[in-house]
Each structure stands twice: as C-alpha cells, then as structure tokens.
Ligand binder design. Structure first.
Ligand SMILES: *Cc1c(COP(=O)(O)O)cnc(C)c1O
Length: 349
C-alpha cells in the first residue's frame, strides 16, 4: 500500500512513553474451541499489559501521557464510572510518571453495594494516590464537570491535562493502531479470519479497525457494544477511526462498512453483569483458567459464543478475541458473580 510509508512516519512523530509490557501474548484456547465446536479461538492477552493489573487503556495512555508531559502538565484530569478500568490505569500511570491525577466518577450503575463503591478499581485508585474530586449522579455532563474542575486547577496555578472518558480520542486510539500491527505479526498459521472486541468508549475498536485498514488487511472486526445502541456506537467508532488515521497523515479512508457493532449482548446495560455475561465469565474461567470481566470482556465472550452458535463464523477460520483486561472489576462484582457464599459444600464426585 502506497499509504504505508506516510502513516508509519506519522506514528514515529508522535511522542510516546513506555508503560505497557509489549507485545502481549497471542494464545490458542483449545478447550473453549472444542467446547463451542466452531472456529479456532485465540486470545490477544491485553489483560497482560503489565501496569496495575493490566488492560487496554495502558496502550492509549502511552500516547496521551506523552502528550501531557510534552505540554508541561503536572496534573491529569479524567473521568469514568466508579469501577472504571481507565481511571485505575490512568491513576497508576500518573503515579509512575510523577503526575498528579484528579478524577471525577459517575454512579452509572444502580447497584451500589460496598464492594462496588470501595473494592476493585476503587481500592486501587486510592493506593495509586489519585484524588477523587467528586462522585456525581448518572447522566451528569462529565465533560462539563471536568471543564469546571480544570478552571479551579488553573486558578490554583496547576497545569492540567484532560483525558476524555476511556482515553477515547484520536490520539488515544493510536494505541490500538499499534496493537493492530502487533496482531498482524502474531498471526497463527492460516491467518486471522475475524476479531471480536468489547466496544465501550470506542477508541480500542476504532484504533484496531484503523490499524488493520492502514496495514492493508481486510480482517473483519466485530465490536460487542457494552451499553450503547448499535447505530450510535458505530457512528462514534467510525468518527474515532477516521480521526486516528488523519492524525497519522494516512491517505487511506476507513470505510464505514468496516465498523460492525453487535448490541445484543448489553445484558442489562453498561456496568450490569447480567446472566449471559456471568455465564460467559465462568465458562472461560472454567475451561481455560482465564479471567474476563463483568463489564467488558465477559460481554465480548458472550458475543463470541452467540456468533458461533448462530453459525456466523466459519469453522475453518481462526478468531481472535481481544482480552482487554478489567480483572479488578471481578472483586467489585462479587454479589453478581460469587457463588460460594450460599453454595453447598461437599466432596468431589
Ligand atoms: C475500556 C475497556 C474496554 C473498551 O474499550 P473502549 O476503548 O472504551 O471501547 C474493553 N475492556 C476493558 C476491560 C475496558 O476497561
């Protein structure tokens, strides 16, 4: 592709700090593959990015925080749900880079038991020394709330840098343009026929699609929406993927048809670990010893199972499931996932 040279030099022009353990492994899951009786299932282990229990946002942060440092920022402001993995990874990265971290949290989930409010990512945010500015009700305009906080910080003489929710802007999405390149160098024999990824704030999905498009590879990607209706999510992801390609001065245009969203696995909505999600989290744990999470990857696993059950994926292809992390969320969702509290005790067999 003639565009390659351009965008690769575009990439090398962007400042980047090293935070993640890369490349993350690509692993075959033989028992899940056999159990589902469909295509060969591989996982891209982005739960193993290393920083603070891993996860996808570390890739976005390598570009976003390099930008913050190059602009002389001393405090990063961001937002997310109470159990946001993005907030936790940002808090850890800021600690590592000597930046302060101020976060606004939104109570997007109705079930606010003690574990949800204090364990999992929340416990880790405190360990990393992040400042919780406020916890505001669901539906609050979070960008406006961040802007208000930024004015306060500026008045007090700080140099704030704002990261949108999920790190989802063009610069953040570049982290997954890089990941797409990594995946293409790790292809199993027979190549990759399909990629399945949880689609939330959209930067991960958008960066993957842009990276595959710029790399000249037509690998279909299905984004499993974790909360937003398909048409709205597709618009968001498409806009982000175009913006990411533009940031690299790429001359390739990401076609709208490259953005595929399945919104049938929202399972109650954002942050709700419904029955299909919990079943998927248990299935991959019991067959492969792999942790998914109740908000994102569990829904992606449920989506993959659904695609195989419907016969959407040919048997003779390799499918890559993006394991994007979220492990600490398991502890915050004990009441949805835990069984031992009321379970029977007894001897095996
Ligand atoms: C944020 C997140 C996603 C989704 O990524 P987006 O870029 O927000 O779409 C997937 N999995 C996990 C574990 C996440 O924390």
């Amino acid at each position: 592709m003639s565009g390659n040279i351009n965008w690769i030099s575009g990439l090398s022009r962007l400042p980047r700090v090293q935070l993640a353990h890369l490349p993350t492994p690509m692993e075959y899951l033989p028992r899940l593959t056999r159990h589902l009786g469909g295509p060969s299932i591989y996982v891209k282990r982005d739960d193993c990015t290393g920083l603070a229990m891993g996860g996808n946002k570390t890739r976005q942060l390598e570009f976003l925080l390099a930008d913050a440092l190059s602009k002389g920022a001393n405090v990063v402001v961001t937002h997310g749900a109470v159990q946001s993995n993005h907030v936790r990874q940002t808090a850890a990265a800021c600690a590592r880079l000597g930046l302060s971290c101020a976060v606004l949290l939104e109570t997007r989930v109705a079930a606010e038991d003690t574990e949800y409010m204090q364990s999992g990512n929340m416990l880790l945010n405190q360990l990393f020394g992040a400042k919780i500015v406020d916890i505001v009700p669901s539906g609050t305009d979070m960008d406006a709330a961040m802007a208000a906080h930024v004015s306060v910080l500026l008045r007090r003489g700080h140099q704030p840098y704002v990261i949108p929710g999920g790190g989802a802007n063009a610069l953040g999405a570049i982290g997954y343009v890089v990941c797409a390149g990594e995946i293409l160098t790790q292809q199993p024999s027979g190549g990759i026929g399909h990629i399945v990824v949880a689609s939330g704030s959209g930067g991960t999905h958008a960066g993957l699609v842009a990276g595959l498009c710029l790399g000249g590879r037509a690998v279909p990607v299905t984004g499993i929406s974790v909360g937003t209706p398909a048409s709205e999510q597709a618009e968001r992801v498409w806009a982000l993927s175009i913006a990411a390609a533009q940031l690299l001065d790429a001359d390739a245009m990401v076609p709208g048809s490259d953005i595929q969203i399945d919104d049938q696995y929202r399972d109650g909505g954002y942050g709700i670990a419904g029955p299909a999600t919990c079943d998927a989290v248990r299935l991959i744990a019991r067959l492969e010893g792999i942790l998914s999470d109740p908000v994102y990857t569990g829904k992606a696993v449920a989506g993959l199972i659904g695609m195989i059950d419907r016969g959407d994926l040919p048997r003779n292809v390799n499918v890559v499931l993006m394991l994007t992390g979220g492990t600490p969320g398991l502890f915050a969702y004990r009441t949805s996932l835990g069984e031992y509290a009321s379970g029977e005790r007894g001897i095996l067999g």
